[in-house]
Design a protein around this ligand. Structure first.
Ligand SMILES: [Cu+2]
Length: 134
């Protein structure tokens, strides 16, 4: 009886350890796999896209790249403070990109703010507030 009991306990413990190992491997694999997330999906970074809607459906982590795709003759990408986001002020950028295909990574969790710096575009809706998770 004692032997059976020990044997059961042993195998149960091995299964638990196996499961924990698998869970750890899955967690590590999931957190390590960075994604390139195209802002606005197929519509990209443009006028006429509701980035509030897009952001609310999109999960972004600190390992991911946000990819801004746009015509660089028409737009740019300006990372700004919360205050400058709401006032659409691109004159004090935290960072500015203008290649037309910009990979932007926010390595700190929290809400980050991006606008188009071309006059009028931010006020017309080219502005993205995105919550980035650890
Ligand atoms: Cu623009």
């Amino acid at each position: 009886m004692g032997l059976v009991g020990r044997s059961n306990q042993g195998s149960g413990s091995a299964v638990s350890k196996g499961l924990i190992l698998v869970l750890c491997v899955l967690l590590v694999a999931q957190s390590a796999a960075a994604s390139n997330i195209v802002v606005g999906g197929s519509r990209g970074w443009a006028l006429g896209v509701n980035y509030n809607t897009w952001a609310s459906k999109t999960r972004v982590r600190t390992v991911d790249n946000l990819v801004f795709k746009y015509n660089r003759n028409l737009h740019d990408v300006v990372v700004v403070s919360k205050t400058n986001f709401y006032s659409c002020n691109a004159n004090r950028p935290i960072a500015r990109f203008k290649s037309g295909t910009d990979f932007v990574k926010f390595s700190k969790p929290g809400t980050h703010y991006v606008i188009c710096g071309v006059p009028g575009h931010c006020k017309a809706g080219m502005k993205l507030a995105i919550n980035v998770r650890a």
